[in-house]
Write a protein that binds this ligand. Structure first.
Ligand code: PEP
Length: 261
C-alpha cells in the first residue's frame, strides 16, 4: 500500500444553495461521526458552489468539523476588472484548501483550453491552494487514441512553464464516464493513473510523483468505489452526483470497508 492519504472529494457542481449546503454538511459530519470515520486515514473534502463557501466555512470552523473545503474553479487573475471572476486570494481567505482546475464541464461549456488551465494552476500555486487538475478523454478520443494519451497531454500542459510547482492532485475523469452511469474498468483507471504518475516523474521529479495523489472520477458510487481503490495507483475519487446524497457519499468515504487488500 502507498503512504499517500486517500482523498474523497465531493463536487456538488451547480447544486444546493447555501442553506441546503449547510444542511448537507451538518448531516454528512454527523453521519461520518456515527460510523467513526477516521479522517486521519481518509481525507474528505466538499466542493460547494461559490455562494455556499462562506456559510460552509463558518460551519466547519464553528463546529470544528474535520471536513475540508474545496472550490470548483478560480480566476487566472489576482484582482481587477474581471466581472464575474473569483480570485484565488478570496478563496484562500475562506480557508479553501483545494480548487478544481480544468473540470471537463468547464473545458466543454466554457471553452477552457490548456493554456488557460495552465494559468489557473499557476494562480492556485501563487495563492497556496492545491489545484485538483482534472484530465480525461472523450469517447471519440478513447476510440482514436486510447485512454491515456489525452490525459497525459493535458497534464503535461497544465504542469508546464511554472516557476515553482506546489502541491497538486490529479483527477483522471474520462469525459464519457461523467454523469453518465458508465464507468472505466478499475484496470483502465489504474493503468492511466500509473502513466500519469510516470508523466509527473518525467516532468517534475521522482519525489513529487511518489507524493502526488491521483484520483479517479466518473459515476463513482458506494457500490463501485472499492474496485477503483484496490490499486495502489489510485489514491481516491472525485465524486459528482453521488456527493449530493449523504448516505451514498458516506458509503464512498468508507471504501476501505469494501476493499479486500
Ligand atoms: C464530476 O463531476 O467530477 C463527476 C465525476 O461527476 P459524476 O460522479 O456525477 O460522474
Amino acid at each position: 500500500m502507498s503512504d499517500r492519504k486517500p482523498l474523497i472529494a465531493g463536487n456538488w457542481k451547480m447544486n444546493l444553495d447555501h442553506q441546503q449546503g449547510i444542511a448537507l454538511v451538518q448531516k454528512l459530519a454527523w453521519t461520518l461521526k456515527d460510523v467513526n470515520h477516521d479522517f486521519d486515514l481518509v481525507e474528505v473534502a466538499v466542493f460547494p458552489p461559490f455562494t455556499d463557501l462562506r456559510s460552509v466555512q463558518t460551519l466547519i470552523d464553528a463546529d470544528k468539523l474535520p471536513l475540508v473545503l474545496g472550490a470548483q474553479d478560480l480566476s487566472k487573475y489576482d484582482s481587477g476588472a474581471y466581472t464575474g471572476e473569483i480570485s484565488g486570494a478570496f478563496l484562500k481567505k475562506l480557508d479553501v484548501r483545494y480548487v478544481l482546475v480544468g473540470h471537463s464541464e468547464r473545458r466543454q461549456h466554457h471553452h477552457e483550453d490548456d493554456e488557460l488551465i495552465q494559468a489557473k494552476v499557476a494562480s492556485a500555486f501563487k495563492h497556496n491552494l492545491i489545484p485538483v487538475i482534472c484530465v480525461g478523454e472523450t469517447l471519440e478520443e478513447l476510440e482514436s487514441e486510447g485512454a491515456a494519451a489525452v490525459p497525459i497531454r493535458q497534464l503535461s500542459k497544465a504542469l508546464a512553464e511554472h516557476k515553482e510547482i506546489g502541491e497538486f492532485v490529479v483527477a483522471y475523469e474520462p469525459v464519457w464516464a461523467i454523469g453518465t452511469g458508465k464507468v472505466a474498468t478499475s484496470e483502465q483507471a489504474a493503468d492511466v493513473a500509473k502513466k500519469l504518475r510516470e508523466t509527473i516523474r518525467e516532468l517534475v521529479s521522482e519525489e513529487v510523483a511518489a507524493a502526488t495523489r491521483i484520483l479517479y472520477g466518473g459515476s463513482v458510487k458506494s457500490a463501485n468505489v472499492a474496485g477503483f481503490l484496490v490499486s495502489d495507483e489510485v489514491d481516491g475519487v472525485l465524486v459528482g452526483g453521488a456527493s449530493l446524497d449523504v448516505e451514498e457519499f458516506t458509503g464512498i468515504c468508507r471504501f476501505q470497508k469494501h476493499v479486500t487488500l
